[in-house]
Design a protein around this ligand. Structure first.
Ligand code: ZN
Length: 434
């Protein structure tokens, strides 16, 4: 067993619309295969659909794994990464009897059990619990943002882009309790909640494959995450703490900024000109907060580097710059990490091609980039994305960001799920021989 090494790896990317779903298959001599599913989620794709709904994708995963998964990785809790683990599609994946489920440390239910205890807010190791508690509060904010979005539609002063982003980000940040529960229970072995440096117990599941966890750092490891917690009291975190005081009627969404909720009836006639301006400001403030929430969850993404010999395959989930910077700049041995990353043969483009998830310093270090299409060993990249869902062109926040896609397609062999058009072959794949 010990010296068994794979001869081949295949990476499939299924077209889930806006979301991620990757299957890594390692092949060994004698037709043996081991499979790792990294994320299975979408923001909008239905279970059934003409171009392959989520149920059909789950069916294909079953077929491509011959009914058995070794490892499931859920990089982070966003809907577009885990929605497929709930409901009927979740049952199909659980029936593939994964041996091990790997999630970021922030999902550890043991942390969550204490999360709301007042002591959790204290500094020290309890800081971790405080962060987790606040991540849990995001659900409340997400529900509120979702509820506000349609109301804003009535206001001509609120920019359409702001309204749409509130609805999208509210949706993707919902807590997905069913998927989370399924992920907690589907693995045959005890789940692993990993952080930077965790040694994954996978030697027998992926013989001859090294997997390094490069993120997320823990609160203790990363001052950046701590800072996010400590220095943003007036933004999301403060709101999250206050959300406990928000009156929530049964079945009613909570109200963001209840202290600012203005009944227009209370404003005297001569001052009513101010109402559209208040609504515009309110909507933009809300979006700013929901964006902070969204980034914070992205920064809990697992960053995994798979290594077979000198072939390196990089899967960073939706990690943004703050998550990356620990591994790249401050972690012990970060120079070595940078060298290994530089030699990556494959890069799963971070956060569906948003600009702040592919640090320029990282991209520029990839040695296998080449403008020559036929260059041997040219870097291969995969982006799973859908345009016009996240961000907006008018403020250069559109996902995928056009400048990044240009660089990817010029300097690497880019595989983009947006280019998948076949209704029956709704995935793309790349292969590596070792
Ligand atoms: Zn995502």
């Amino acid at each position: 067993m010990a010296d068994k090494t794979p001869t081949k790896a295949r990476i499939r990317s299924y077209n889930v619309g806006f979301g991620d779903c990757f299957l890594l298959t390692f092949s060994y001599p004698g037709d043996e295969q081991h499979h790792v599913l990294i994320d299975f989620g979408t923001t909008k794709k239905a279970d059934d659909g003409p171009e392959g709904g989520m149920l059909e994708i789950a069916g294909k995963i079953r077929e491509h794994t011959a009914g058995k998964l070794d490892i499931v990785v859920a990089t982070h809790r966003h809907t577009d990464h885990i929605s497929g683990f709930r409901g009927k599609t979740g049952e199909i994946i659980a029936a593939l009897e994964p041996e091990l489920v790997i999630q970021p440390w922030t999902e550890d239910p043991k942390l969550e059990a204490d999360a709301r205890a007042p002591a959790a807010v204290a500094a020290g190791p309890a800081g971790a619990r405080a962060l987790v508690s606040r991540l849990a509060d995001m659900h409340t904010v997400a529900v509120a943002a979702l509820a506000e979005a349609p109301k804003l539609e009535l206001s001509p002063s609120v920019r359409r882009a702001v309204r749409e982003q509130l609805a999208f980000l509210g949706d993707t940040n919902l807590s997905n309790a069913d998927a989370v529960k399924n992920l907690m229970t589907m693995g045959k072995r005890p789940a692993v909640y990993a952080n930077f440096g965790t040694q994954l117990p996978i030697a027998d599941l992926l013989p001859g494959v090294g997997v390094q966890v490069l993120g997320p750092p823990t609160v203790e490891q990363s001052a950046a995450i701590k800072r996010q917690r400590d220095e943003d009291p007036d933004e999301f975190w403060h709101l999250a703490a206050a959300s406990a005081d928000t009156t929530i009627q049964a079945g009613e969404p909570p109200i963001l900024f209840p202290q600012h909720a203005i009944s227009t009836d209370e404003i005297p006639q001569q001052a009513r000109w101010v109402i559209p301006e208040i609504e515009r400001m309110r909507s933009e403030e809300m979006l700013a907060i929901v964006r902070i929430l969204d980034s914070a969850l992205n920064n809990t993404s697992l960053i995994l580097l798979f290594e077979v010999g000198d072939t390196r395959l990089l899967f960073p989930g939706d990690a943004q710059i703050e998550n990356w910077s620990y591994a790249l700049k401050t972690a012990p041995g970060h120079e070595k990490i940078q060298q290994r990353l530089a030699s990556a043969s494959f890069y799963k483009v971070g956060h569906h091609g948003s600009l702040n998830a592919t640090p320029k310093t990282l991209w520029e270090k990839f040695e296998h980039r080449s403008n020559e299409k036929s260059a041997p060993g040219r870097l291969r990249t995969m982006v799973s994305t859908a345009a016009d869902k996240h961000g907006h062109k008018e403020d250069n926040t559109e996902v995928p960001r056009r400048t990044l896609i240009e660089a990817l397609s010029k300097e690497s062999e880019l595989h983009n799920t947006q280019d998948i058009i076949s209704p029956t072959e709704f995935w793309d794949d790349v292969e590596f021989d070792f």
